[in-house]
Write a protein that binds this ligand. Structure first.
Ligand SMILES: Nc1ncnc2c1ncn2[C@@H]1O[C@H](COP(=O)(O)OP(=O)(O)OP(=O)(O)O)[C@@H](O)[C@H]1O
Ligand SMILES: [Mg+2]
Length: 345
């Protein structure tokens, strides 16, 4: 992806269409949308009933004629039409009117590392449908590194880990580009799923998706890596009887269940470090790894990475919105141009 800062500076909006959340940054204004990537549709009439947080609340609580759709899956737009309708509603009438006034609307969008051409095409089509004449795609990891203030343009290595809902992306960056990277199809959703499966198998309990978070918070007490005797109470539905039931859950066992998906993430991290030239590994041993993305907030994940790699690990200040803020900074022109201009003489 060879989009220049100059081209990005001509864009008017920056969009990050994530599997869990959609974020939009308007040049000169800031972050205007940060909502779940969800739309609720009336299947009888085909009309949209709700988008964003309201639509997400409806998940699992709808009558038969309402369908809750997630137009972005696995980091890719899978339903272009629905994604356009969702974005249109999230932007709101006032903002849409402002954008319509631009004769040649240009948009920038984050794209997962090494997204295949079809996935890239789907993102571009979605934004073209919203009126963009031109769409620039920027690797999520570069946008995120800029967004959390890493010195990406310096000839020293920085390591970033983007922990999304559907994917985890890890890269070593130097001189403004990616040196080595991996994209693992495991993120916050897989971790939530592991918790749900554990409760189903060991406690015969069906857990509503919204109850996973309190359980994760209970894990925070002793961290993901330590074994504590803590027990926490969880409400759900009995698998056999279908009735409401509460169980006492051993948090150490839940921690164990979460370990399986996290092993894949640790393997990916090891691979990036192994593929990285020794000079850059020496830099990383000093500067460490910066975690961004919503799942970076998973209690104890940072400590687990510290234990596994032995290098410093930090969570970015606003991890969930780093990517779109980085892309926004490139639009606003508040990013230093990459120090790669040819030397005179
Ligand atoms: N406080 C928290 N603790 C644990 N997990 C969290 C927390 N906040 C958000 N998450 C998880 O972070 C994920 C959302 O992260 P993010 O917004 O970066 O995803 P996304 O950009 O939509 O996904 P992707 O980049 O994979 O397409 C969800 O899976 C959510 O469960
Ligand atoms: Mg993301």
């Amino acid at each position: 992806m060879t989009v220049s800062l100059d081209q990005l500076r001509r864009c008017h909006i920056a969009v990050d269409l994530g599997a869990a959340r959609t974020r939009v940054y308007v040049k000169g204004v800031g972050l205007v949308v940060d909502e779940p990537s969800v739309a609720a549709v009336n299947t009888r009439t085909g009309s949209l009933i709700a988008v964003g947080a309201l639509a997400e609340q409806m998940t699992g609580r709808t009558p038969a004629y309402i369908r809750v759709a997630r137009p972005v899956s696995g980091g890719t737009v899978v339903d272009i039409d629905m994604a356009q309708r969702m974005l249109r509603h999230l932007l709101g009438e006032k903002l849409r009117r402002q954008l319509r006034r631009k004769p040649r609307l240009r948009a920038a969008a984050c794209t997962p590392h090494e997204a295949d051409p079809l996935a890239q095409r789907a993102t571009v089509e979605t934004l073209v449908g919203l009126g963009a004449r031109r769409v620039e795609l920027v690797d999520t990891m570069i946008a995120a590194a800029v967004g959390c203030g890493l010195p990406v343009e310096q000839p020293t290595a920085t390591m970033i880990m983007v922990c999304g809902a559907a994917t985890t992306q890890i890269a070593v960056l130097s001189l403004g580009s990616i040196v080595t990277a991996v994209r693992i199809p495991i993120g916050g959703e897989a971790i939530d799923e592991a918790v749900i499966q554990h409760l189903r198998q060991h406690h015969e309990l069906m857990l509503p998706s919204q109850s996973v978070r309190p359980l994760q918070l209970a894990l925070r007490g002793n961290g993901l890596t330590l074994n504590g005797p803590a027990v926490t109470e969880i409400h759900g539905r009995d698998v056999a009887t279908g009735l409401a039931r509460s169980v006492q859950v051993d948090t150490a066992a839940v921690r164990q269940a979460i370990h399986a998906p996290l092993t894949a993430v640790l393997d990916g991290l090891g691979k990036v470090l192994r593929d990285c030239p020794p000079d850059l590994v020496a830099d990383i041993a000093e500067s460490g790894i910066v975690m961004v993305g919503g799942s970076a907030l998973l209690p104890g994940l940072d400590q687990m990475l510290r234990d596994a790699t032995g290098v410093p690990v930090a969570i970015a200040e606003r991890p969930d919105v780093c990517s779109v803020l980085g892309l926004g900074a490139m639009l606003d022109g508040t990013v230093q141009p990459l120090a790669l201009a040819p030397l005179a003489g």
